[in-house]
Design a binder for this molecule. Structure first.
Ligand code: C5P
Length: 318
């Protein structure tokens, strides 16, 4: 009797092991073949860099958003860039200035590419008046990367715009001091802007621009990044079909986010009811400003299109 029970128990054990082995190897097999077919570029619900024919007509992964010591700007891109603010000096002078720049600042941009096990969320925060009373603050602060631009302040406006900033994008005429955890992202429109960056971190800048600029700036040297003029041209040509004089800082920041983030959420874009780009922290002075030299309507339509294609989420405020 005892031996019959033992045989029965042994049989049950063997069957159990077989079923376990079969199920787990089937699972592994299925997992492996699925992975073989498609590895997602990031761990978000939807990744910006996932292919999509309409998006791919404009998006070009190979255009480097930031300058680096080894990057070489083409004659053609330089000629386009020279036209933005009537630069007179030549490409050789530009190259020497860039070489000097990388003696002071990191020679490689601090950017991590997409990875299947990471979801890097970004909030791009423009300066629109539509942020007023939006209560977006906590939502904005919940992102990994928070890009703000120019004078977009946070003190006193935390409930609507949040308080964290990981990257601030500006040019010399719209610069400000930063804390030592925020990346300074310079948008250069002329060689003088690169000279300003060097001067502002060293001896002080004494040159003259079309309006007064800070001679010195407080920010962390190791967190300085410079937008590539070829990237600016790419945004103008590919994303805005050459409308307007050149893209706004805000639109460049938005395309930059599409290049460096896995998920992009957009806040603070949109003119007021009279078509002016008014700010959330001040009363508009020049009622005829509209969107300046930038193709504001076209930029806005492009953001709406991207939202429709689920490449970003557009929070339109009030
Ligand atoms: O005015 P400022 O250039 O500092 O604003 C930063 C960016 O925010 C602009 O370049 C523009 O793209 C965006 N903006 C907007 N609507 C506004 C104000 C600013 O879309 N009312």
């Amino acid at each position: 009797m005892m031996s019959k029970v033992r045989v029965l128990i042994s049989l049950l054990c063997v069957t159990g092991v077989c079923v376990f082995l079969r199920d787990s190897s089937l699972e592994t097999f299925l997992e492996r073949s699925l992975q073989h077919q498609y590895t997602r570029p990031c761990a978000c619900e939807k990744c910006v860099s996932e292919d999509d024919p309409l998006f791919m007509q404009r998006f070009n992964k190979s255009v480097e958003p930031f300058l680096s010591a080894k990057y070489s700007l083409s004659e053609d891109d330089f000629s386009w860039w020279k036209g933005l603010q009537a630069e007179k000096r030549n490409l050789t002078f530009y190259n020497t200035t860039v070489d000097n720049l990388f003696k002071i600042f990191p020679s490689n941009p601090d950017v991590v590419g997409p990875s299947p096990d990471r979801c890097r969320t970004c909030a791009v925060v423009g300066n629109s008046v539509n942020l007023k009373r939006s209560h977006y603050g906590p939502l904005i602060d919940s992102h990994d990367v928070i890009l703000r631009m120019n004078h977009g302040r946070t003190e006193g406006y935390e409930a609507d715009v949040g308080k964290r900033t990981t990257h601030r994008i500006f040019y010399p005429e719209s610069s400000m001091d930063l804390d030592n955890t925020t990346h300074l992202v310079l948008v250069p429109f002329k060689i003088l802007d690169l000279e300003w960056l060097i001067g502002a971190f060293t001896t002080g800048f004494s040159g003259k621009s079309y309006m007064p600029v800070n001679s010195k700036i407080k920010a962390k040297k190791d967190l300085v990044m410079v937008i590539n003029p070829a990237f600016m041209r790419y945004v103008h040509v590919k994303w805005l079909e050459e409308k307007g004089r050149y893209p706004s800082t805000g639109f460049m920041a938005l395309v930059l986010a599409l290049h460096i983030c896995d998920e992009v959420n957009v806040f603070g874009y949109g003119a007021d009811k009279d078509g002016n780009w008014s700010h959330y922290w001040e009363k508009l002075r020049d009622k005829k400003f509209k969107t300046g030299i930038h193709p504001g309507n076209h930029e806005y339509e492009m953001i709406q299109q991207l939202a429709k294609q689920l490449k970003l989420n557009f929070y339109t405020g009030w």
